[in-house]
Design a protein around this ligand. Structure first.
Ligand SMILES: [Fe+2]
Ligand SMILES: [Fe+2]
Length: 343
């Protein structure tokens, strides 16, 4: 580290708050004096219990430095309790070589670094600096990821609204399909990331309707076969609109396949069974239930009971069995949340 880096390092440390826990008075006094000159704030405790209380009162610290063997509550028990409150706070443990049997427990708790006794204050500073930097770096990555996800959600919401402005009869349809499909996926025990993808895909599943002439979308009568063919084209249109956009999930495929049916009777490709992605099979169930439960320009709502009957009757032939079961279970508990004109 050159002189400039050292200065920057010292400056960085001076912005941090630190909790220091040590039962031996003399060591504590000496190290506290050393640390206080180098950190924005140093709070000191004489055992784990006191340290934990300080941590709670203070609402966390940027870094925790603790001895292991202490009366009342030892350093590792305190670290475990602190990590329960705030998983990511870096904890540095000061230990003697003969305390290495604590090692396994320390790993389980997620201790960040070790310093051996007797403490070399400058080595301790280096350890603190490294841990704190890593922690801040991780926090920045996390924040950037959250911002990106939020931006993505906003764009998707704008897209969804754009479709629904043209097609007032499906106002709220995609949002409700998204909520129901997400709940089904959760119920099926799918991983959180996959559930998130299904929510996004479902919330724009009818995006291709933007290419269907508006008059076809709001006809007060059942569409003719020719007109219906045009409406059906919304799936390929949606697939093309999404094109090469790189989402972290297979969104274009969900959009393209949401009208496919297990027995091959769906469209546009007439895919069968597992050829249809799981995401699309889930969205298909949510879509049918929401559509049947809501008013359409050419008919009043058929009602939730009719929708449930539809998926029950065609469970395993048109609709994915597991998705149907999960959907029925979800609707059992809270139908109003997921469907429009529920009856
Ligand atoms: Fe659709
Ligand atoms: Fe739909």
């Amino acid at each position: 580290m050159n002189a400039l880096e050292k200065d920057q390092d010292a400056e960085f440390l001076r912005t941090l708050s630190l909790l220091y826990v040590e039962d031996e008075e003399e060591v504590r006094r000496e190290l506290t004096r050393f640390l206080s000159r180098r950190f924005a704030k140093v709070d000191v405790a004489a055992n784990g219990q006191e340290g934990l209380e300080l941590f709670r009162q203070h609402g966390g610290y940027d870094i925790v430095v603790t001895d292991v063997r202490m009366p009342v509550m030892d350093g590792l028990s305190m670290a475990a309790a602190i990590k329960d409150i705030q998983r990511e706070v870096p904890v540095i443990v000061i230990t003697a070589y003969n305390e290495m049997d604590y090692f396994v427990r320390a790993i389980e708790i997620g201790i960040d670094r070790y310093i051996t006794k007797p403490v070399d204050p400058f080595l301790l500073m280096e350890a603190v600096s490294r841990s704190a930097k890593m922690h801040f770096h991780q926090r920045e990555i996390e924040r950037a990821r959250e911002e990106t996800t939020e931006a993505l959600n906003q764009v998707v919401a704008v897209l969804a609204r754009a479709i629904e402005v043209r097609d007032p009869y499906t106002d709220g349809h995609q949002k409700r399909v998204s909520q129901l499909a997400g709940a089904i996926a959760e119920r099926m025990g799918l991983p959180a990331a996959q559930v998130a993808g299904i929510r996004v895909g479902a919330s724009i599943h009818d995006i291709g309707k933007i290419q269907v002439p508006a008059e076809f979308l709001s006809m007060p009568r059942r569409p003719s076969p020719d007109e219906f063919a045009l409406i059906k084209a919304h799936v390929e249109a949606g697939y093309e609109i999404l094109g090469d956009a790189t989402f972290p999930w297979p969104i274009a495929q969900m959009v393209r396949q949401h009208h496919e049916r297990l027995d091959g009777s769906g469209y546009p490709q007439g895919l069968k069974g597992d050829e249809i992605s799981l995401e699309a099979r889930i969205i298909a169930v949510a879509d049918v239930v929401e559509a049947m439960s809501s008013d359409r320009p050419y008919r009043a709502a058929l009602g939730l009971e009719a929708a449930k009957e539809e998926i029950r009757q065609h469970r395993g032939t048109l609709y994915d069995g597991a998705a149907v079961d999960a959907c029925l279970a979800v609707l059992e508990s809270n139908p109003e949340r997921y469907v429009g004109t529920a009856a």
